[in-house]
Design a protein around this ligand. Structure first.
Ligand code: HSE
Length: 294
């Protein structure tokens, strides 16, 4: 095999209490093609400023090649980029997972899923987006001295997800810098108890439990200060029947859950709101990264 086309789903990390360790995959994709070349690295369809050795897709491709002792010269084509960039929907995870998956597939699948997950996590910094981008559905992950264990859970079909996407970015480093270095034991227990029941809540679709497990005391309250008019958008979501309202990853997108599709009603209510907030309905992606056969 000389080339491979693959699609990688968008992801939303944290889901409230699951800071840095829980994420969910959605049917909104970035599509890339990787073609082995003789000697050089090249890009097509990628912004000039990202078309270099620091490109995350290439970094992950090269990391896999180095591990299996293969040459990493490649042409990377950005075919379709449906995942908004720098908005908290895992666009960087799509690049990393694409690069790692492609290199492994092009050289005979010498690495297993957990080795690929570890390489992706090392580049991304946390497993919360890369695990569901690789495996699909809702994934909860534990990092144990470099080893990452991730378990995939089903998500109840009762649940409807809508992303609220503004026109501004929130930088992940800034969103991490505003977090306190230390947290109160009571806040740690608040989150730990919730994240323990989070996979069960999402699998069962138990509404009261979902409302409870998506609450958080260790990151969202600090980050909301970086968001423009987020309280207004939150109020609109609850007014349209949302059960939950969370920051997606480090933002700037937010995510709400409901028991029916409220995206159209949300869109109507968001007309005229400052900062261009738009509502995007999202369906859970059960498979994670996949080869696109043509
Ligand atoms: N969990 C990260 C954060 C974002 O909230 O900062 C995704 O890795």
């Amino acid at each position: 095999m000389k080339k491979i086309k693959i699609k990688v789903p968008a992801t939303s990390a944290n889901l409230g209490s699951g800071f840095d360790c829980v994420g969910i995959a959605f049917k909104l994709y970035n599509v890339f093609e990787f073609e082995k070349t003789e000697n050089d690295l090249s890009f097509e369809g990628c912004e000039e400023k990202y078309a270099n050795e620091n490109n995350l897709a290439y970094k992950a491709y090269r990391a896999v090649c180095e591990k299996i002792g293969e040459k990493s010269s490649v042409k990377i084509k950005f075919c379709d980029t449906g995942v908004p960039v720098s908005r908290g929907l895992g666009s960087s995870a799509t690049l990393i997972c694409a690069g790692a998956y492609a290199a492994n597939a092009l050289f005979g699948k010498k690495l297993d899923d957990s080795e690929i997950l570890e390489i992706c996590t090392e580049i991304e910094g946390h497993p919360d987006n890369v695990a569901p981008a690789l495996f699909g559905s809702l994934c909860a992950s534990v990092s144990d001295g470099g080893e990452i264990r991730s378990v995939k859970f089903p998500v109840s079909k009762r649940l409807f997800f809508t992303a609220l996407i503004p026109d501004f970015e929130v930088s992940t480093s800034e969103a991490r810098a505003v977090l306190p270095k230390e947290i109160q034991r009571s806040d740690a227990i608040y989150n730990m108890s919730r994240v323990a029941l989070l996979p069960y809540a999402f699998s069962s679709g138990d509404v009261e439990l979902i409302k409870s497990v998506t609450k958080d005391k260790i990151h969202e309250q600090y980050r909301k200060k970086l968001f423009k008019n987020v309280s207004e958008v939150e109020k609109i979501c609850y007014g349209c029947g949302a059960l939950t309202f969370n920051i997606s990853g480090a933002g700037s997108t937010c995510l709400c859950i409901s028991l029916k599709d409220i995206s159209e009603e949300l869109s109507k209510n968001l007309v005229g709101i400052e900062n261009g907030w738009r509502a995007l309905p999202l369906k859970v992606c059960e498979n994670g990264v996949q080869e696109v056969k043509e």
